[in-house]
Design a binder for this molecule. Structure first.
Ligand code: GUN
Length: 285
C-alpha cells in the first residue's frame, strides 16, 4: 500500500488562517506586526523565497519590508543596518536571507540581530534555547517539520530518527528537536558511509542535503515517515526533493511531496514566529 501524503500546504493554510485572526486581534489593540527581510545580492532562488515571504505577510496583514543591498556592502555597514532595525520599535522581526556573500558569512551577522526579533531562530541564543528545549524563537523549517510530524498522530518518543544533513538551518536544529522529543536520533551527512544501512533503521527519516534522488526505496524502512527538505532541480529542470518520491511512497507510511511539503511550513512557521516576537516585544499576550 502506498504511503499517505503529508501535505505541508494543507497544514500551512490552517496555520495561516489562525495567524490572520491573531493579527486582526493585535490590530484592534493598535499593534501591527512588522517583518523586515534583508537580502544581499540578487540570487534568483533567494529572490523567489523573499518574495514569497513578503506575499504571505501581506495576505496575513503583517507589515512587510524587503531591504535589498548590493554585494559590495561593507560588513560594518551591514551590521549598522541591522542595528538600526534592532532599535526601530515598529519592527518586530528581522530576517537576513541566506546565503550571504563570502565577506558577510560566518561572521557576526546573525548574532547582531536582537534575540527577540530573530524570527529565523539563527541567533546563538535561540539555537541554545532550542538545544535546551527552552521557549524561544525556533528555526522556521525545523519548527515546521515538527508540526508536520505532529500531524501524523504518531508519538515521537521511543522512535528511531535519522537526519541526513548537518546544516545550522535544518539538520542540527531538527536533530535537537527530535532528541528533546525523545527520539533516538542519528545525524548523517552526504559523506556518511553505508548511508542506506543507517536510514533503513529510521521510523522517522528526514533528508536535508540538497541532492536529487539521494534517498531511494531500498534505503527506507516499511511504514517510515519520510520528510523531504531538499529543493533541487531534476534532469528535466523540474523542482524535486532529495527523495525518489514515486518509488519511496510505495513503502513509506507517510511522505512529504516537493513542492507542497516542507516549503509552505517554513513560511507558516516564520509568520508564527513574527507574531510571537511582536507579542513579546509589545507585551501583548
Ligand atoms: N535560506 C534558505 N532558507 C532560509 C531560511 O529559512 N532563512 C533564511 N534567513 N535564509 C534561508
Amino acid at each position: 500500500m502506498a504511503g499517505k501524503i503529508l501535505s505541508g500546504k494543507k497544514v500551512a493554510d490552517s496555520i495561516l488562517e489562525h495567524a490572520k485572526k491573531e493579527v486582526q486581534v493585535l490590530k484592534k489593540k493598535g499593534i501591527t506586526p512588522k517583518l523586515v527581510v534583508m537580502q544581499v545580492g540578487d540570487d534568483p532562488a533567494s529572490t523567489i523565497y523573499v518574495n514569497k515571504k513578503h506575499k504571505t505577510c501581506v495576505e496575513i496583514g503583517i507589515d512587510s519590508e524587503i531591504k535589498k543591498f548590493g554585494t559590495e556592502i561593507k560588513y560594518t555597514d551591514f551590521l549598522v543596518e541591522i542595528g538600526n532595525l534592532n532599535k526601530d520599535k515598529k519592527v518586530h522581526g528581522i530576517l537576513v536571507q541566506a546565503p550571504l556573500p563570502e565577506h558577510l558569512s560566518h561572521k557576526m551577522v546573525y548574532e547582531t540581530i536582537d534575540v527577540q526579533k530573530d524570527v529565523d531562530g539563527f541567533h546563538p541564543c535561540n539555537h541554545g534555547k532550542n538545544l535546551l528545549g527552552k521557549d524561544g524563537l525556533q528555526p522556521a523549517t525545523p519548527k515546521g517539520i515538527m508540526r508536520l510530524l505532529e500531524e501524523t498522530g504518531i508519538k515521537i518518543e521511543g522512535k528511531t530518527a535519522v537526519v541526513i544533513g548537518r546544516s545550522n538551518i535544518v539538520g542540527k536544529p531538527i536533530a535537537l528537536m527530535l532528541i528533546n522529543a525523545g527520539a533516538t536520533t542519528t545525524v548523517c551527512n552526504s559523506k556518511t558511509k553505508n548511508l542506506g544501512n543507517i536510514t533503513k533503521e529510521a521510523d522517522i527519516l528526514i533528508s536535508a542535503v540538497g541532492k536529487a534522488n539521494l534517498v531511494k526505496k531500498n534505503m527506507v524502512k516499511k511504514g517510515a515517515i519520510v520528510i523531504d527538505v531538499g529543493t533541487n532541480k531534476n534532469k528535466k529542470g523540474k523542482l524535486c526533493g532529495d527523495v525518489d518520491f514515486e518509488n519511496v511512497k510505495e513503502i513509506a507510511g507517510w511522505i512529504t511531496p516537493v513542492p507542497g511539503g516542507v516549503g509552505p511550513m517554513t513560511i507558516a512557521s516564520l509568520i508564527e514566529n513574527t507574531i510571537k516576537a511582536c507579542k513579546v516585544l509589545e507585551c501583548a499576550n
